[in-house]
Design a protein around this ligand. Structure first.
Ligand SMILES: Cc1cc2nc3c(=O)[nH]c(=O)nc-3n(C[C@H](O)[C@H](O)[C@H](O)COP(=O)(O)O)c2cc1C
Length: 313
């Protein structure tokens, strides 16, 4: 049976270029990486989004920029810049559940309104040379919404539809609704990618067997927690714990090095940035060590705590 493609999920503040580059260098096994969403704000793109998008900053094989907009007109403003960097593929975010954006009719705020989705998707026709995917949830209030959207999705030229099998109301809590995902996937004419709580090789294999029509699986927090899962799935064999940990140490060293060189807000800013990754990385690690990582105030103490955690397995 053909293996599933693995997509790295966009995680704002985490899976930016430094993480993606370090991940591909030290682990790999991901077929396609998505950028966190790029948005139009105060009359332009955010400087950090532009930096993250720039081809010079990106070393991974296949990168898809993701944009978030409420209308085709707003999407065009962002796309003109994205396309100017030579990207030929773009993802449209219809899944973000951040209340400020939902209120503005963006992300999963669009899902209850098929006509507004139709309006946004008109942008696809305005860029005939660009291939578009959509990343969405099952709905905002409930999973009936994605079924209502099928006609407009099916009539649009899309390269794939990625579905996080939760509603916007659920945010990241509660279980993923695999039944609702299946109902949607059966009726969707585009290649479909499953997303939500995939954390192990075993789960990937189960999805491969149970949903043979899937094009792939998108993994976010699961890959941050265990970055070896994608490559072990592709290679069909588990890495030794020693190899996993030495690669994770190398990935972390590259990340830290990058942020030491680029952040200008001193030790505090650097530690805040790095500690955010430890909300997710290697949750099975020693509890005391993990606590220490979150508590330390000095970079020297931080690196020592990380070394201790990733060496004491
Ligand atoms: C901190 C954080 C940031 C996220 N940022 C984005 C984003 O920029 N674009 C997007 O489509 N989804 C975003 N998501 C959702 C993830 O891409 C993914 O759909 C979700 O985490 C479920 O997948 P997982 O269980 O594999 O993590 C974010 C999720 C988290 C936790």
């Amino acid at each position: 049976m053909e293996r599933l493609k693995i997509y790295m999920a966009p995680l704002q503040g985490l899976t930016e270029a430094p993480y993606r580059n370090a991940f591909e260098k030290h682990f790999g096994g991901v077929d396609v990486y998505y950028t966190p969403f790029i948005r139009w704000e105060h009359g332009g793109l955010r400087r950090k989004d532009v930096r993250d998008l720039h081809p010079d900053a990106n070393k991974v094989g296949h990168l898809v920029p993701q944009i978030i907009a409420a209308s085709a007109e707003e999407a065009e403003l962002i796309l003109d810049q994205v396309v100017s960097y030579g990207y030929q593929e773009v993802d449209l975010n219809m899944g973000c559940a951040f209340p400020m954006l939902v209120k503005k009719g963006k992300g999963c705020g669009l899902l209850p309104e098929p006509e507004r989705v139709r309006g946004l998707l008109q942008v696809v026709e305005r860029y005939p040379d660009i291939s578009f995917s959509v990343k969405m949830r099952l709905g905002y209030e409930n999973a009936a919404e994605c079924m209502e959207l099928l006609p407009v999705l099916n009539e649009t030229r899309l390269s794939r539809v990625v579905v996080h099998a939760r509603t916007g109301r659920q945010q990241y809590k509660g279980v993923c609704d695999r039944e609702a995902f299946l109902r949607f996937a059966r009726e969707c004419r585009h290649p479909v990618v499953y997303n939500g709580d995939v954390t192990t090789v075993e789960f990937l294999s189960e999805l491969q067997r149970g949903m043979p029509f899937l094009e792939g699986v998108m993994m976010g927090r699961g890959l941050l927690a265990a970055p070896w899962v994608a490559i072990e799935y592709h290679e069909g064999a588990a890495w030794s714990m020693e190899r996993r940990m030495s690669s994770l140490r190398a990935l972390h060293a590259d990340l830290l090095d990058h942020y030491v060189q680029t952040l200008e807000g001193g030790e505090k800013q650097l530690l805040t940035k790095m500690k955010a990754f430890w909300e997710y990385i290697y949750p099975e690690g020693d509890r005391k060590c993990r606590k220490k990582i979150h508590k330390v105030q000095k970079v020297a103490d931080y690196t020592q705590a990380v070394f201790q955690l990733l060496s004491g397995y």
